[in-house]
Design a protein around this ligand. Structure first.
Ligand code: SDX
Length: 431
């Protein structure tokens, strides 16, 4: 709490509202008692100016293009850490010791099998079912297979078991949705492989041939997952918190986050970026034509992977992924023409007044699909990969909300509908 107060003058009365200043000097007017004191609420559709919580997990500075998990810069974590180490940091609030990390990794591996009855779920889906719908259903079904997880108020060690179970089964569910899609047999997790290698093996091995695990691919995917791991109160994380605030179980809350992430304005953008780049390539690669379409208010086309609610400077994750694209593609000996198109789009857009005035820069989704495609991930699984990366962040945010015993989320509204009127029975209504 700051010593300073905000003054609000309403109908000739002056109210003083507390001011909260965060550890990174972000300032908020505390309106938690506003309606009781003044009878007024605030209105802020899209919550563009509204803080939903006080959190210690992730810090973003949109103007400066800064992203830190528990105070550690994303650039250092992407370069020096691993996805499961970052998951531990986000969920438990500190970097693990060597033993803590080994134990965490082992517990996750021990929980990577999914119940054989889950196969009946996959058998029931049509082959063309979108993997995000299959994943959301599969994760929610965990509450059926582990009914004890329905109580989010269980002792911490039991809640922790639900968390580890989720981290263990997520990659298996993702890989099995892929095998269902292509009609190949399911591949099981193995004890001799690390988290990312296990995932790649379950995705790409077949009874005919074992997948060759390339350290370049493992490293690229591990880095990509680190970059997606958390992003403070974005749409899907806010969904997880809101669902969790009703004391619905962890698996239901995460399943709702997967559904929110699915949207093309959010996590679904990574899939839409590749569709857009392919469309531009097929159209002859006329960059200016598509930039003009993105600027045209009468044209529904938007430059997918560009713009951000918070970042009004470069998304630091986009910078790291762009650099990794060149490195991964050259190491894998892959030339992907859409990477050149993406770079040209970025160059033209960042020199165009429309994008400059609106501070529209490439975001995390602009280049990520190029690496995913180089690894062999099909386009319609790109958003599933975003969910895979974001899982530790969702869990950490859900855990923080539960531990802080935050109240059930229930926003207010300004009613603009009809005022009181009497019901007219149908017999008396004019046709
Ligand atoms: C993610 O919140 C997070 O942290 C999300 C995320 C995470 O890690 O969780 O970072 C992941 O979701 C990244 C964003 C992925 N989505 C896209 O790439 C879709 C394309 N981007 C836009 O739809 C848009 O930029 C949003 C949705 C990302 C942000 O929208 P806002 O903050 O509501 O801004 P807005 O739509 O009000 O845009 C402001 C102006 C408008 O023009 P004017 O009305 O002022 O003339 O900028 C324009 C918009 O038309 N604009 C774009 C544009 N994005 C915004 N114009 C063309 N192309 C775009 N991509």
């Amino acid at each position: 709490m700051s010593e300073k107060k905000a003054q609000l003058i309403l109908e000739d009365q002056t109210y003083e509202l507390p001011i909260i200043v965060g550890t990174e000097n972000e300032k908020a007017i505390d309106i938690r008692n506003l309606r009781d004191e003044t009878g007024y609420i605030t209105l802020d559709s899209g919550y563009k100016n509204t803080g939903a919580t006080i959190s210690t997990i992730t810090f973003l500075d949109g103007e400066e293009g800064i992203l830190r998990y528990r105070g550690y810069p994303i650039e250092q974590l992407a370069e020096q850490s691993t996805f499961l180490e970052v998951a531990y940091l986000l969920i438990y609030g500190k970097l693990p010791t060597k033993d803590e990390l080994s134990n965490f990794e082992l517990r996750i591996k021990q929980n990577s099998l999914i119940h054989e009855d889950n196969k009946k779920f996959f058998d029931g889906f049509p082959q063309h079912a979108h993997p995000m719908g299959m994943l959301a259903s599969s994760i929610c079904s965990m509450s059926a297979f582990f009914p004890e997880s329905l109580d989010p108020n269980r002792p911490p060690e039991l809640v922790d078991h639900s968390i580890v179970r989720l981290l263990g089964k997520m990659p298996t569910f993702i890989a099995w949705t892929y095998k269902k899609r292509i009609g190949e047999p399911y591949v099981y997790p193995r004890y001799d492989l690390d988290y990312i290698s296990n995932f790649l093996n379950m995705m790409f091995s077949t009874p005919m041939e074992e997948y060759h695990i390339d350290p370049v691919v493992v490293d690229a995917l591990d880095k990509l997952m680190i970059l997606h791991a958390d992003h403070e109160q974005n749409c899907s994380t806010s969904t997880v918190r809101l669902v969790g605030s009703s004391q619905a179980n962890l698996y239901a809350a995460i399943s709702s986050g997967i559904c929110a992430l699915w949207g093309p304005l959010h996590g679904g953008a990574n899939q839409e970026v590749i569709v857009m780049l392919e469309r531009i390539k097929e159209d002859g690669g006329n960059i200016q034509k598509w930039i003009d379409k993105a600027k045209d208010k009468n044209d529904p086309f938007r430059l997918m992977g560009f713009g951000h609610r918070v970042y009004k400077n470069f998304d630091p994750r986009a910078k790291i992924i762009k650099a990794a694209c060149d490195k991964v593609l050259s190491k894998l000996g892959i030339y992907d023409p859409v990477l050149d198109i993406a770079k040209k789009l970025e160059e033209v857009a960042l020199n165009d007044p429309y994008f400059i005035e609106r501070k529209l820069y490439p975001n995390v989704d602009f280049y990520s699909g190029i690496i995913l495609r180089a690894i062999g991930i099909p386009v319609d699984k790109f958003t599933v990969m975003f969910a895979f990366g974001r899982l530790p962040g969702w869990i950490a945010q859900w855990k923080e909300m539960r531990e802080n015993r935050e109240p059930i989320g229930r926003p207010r509204q300004v009613y603009m509908g009809p005022t009181k009127r009497d019901f007219v029975p149908i017999a008396k209504r004019e046709n």
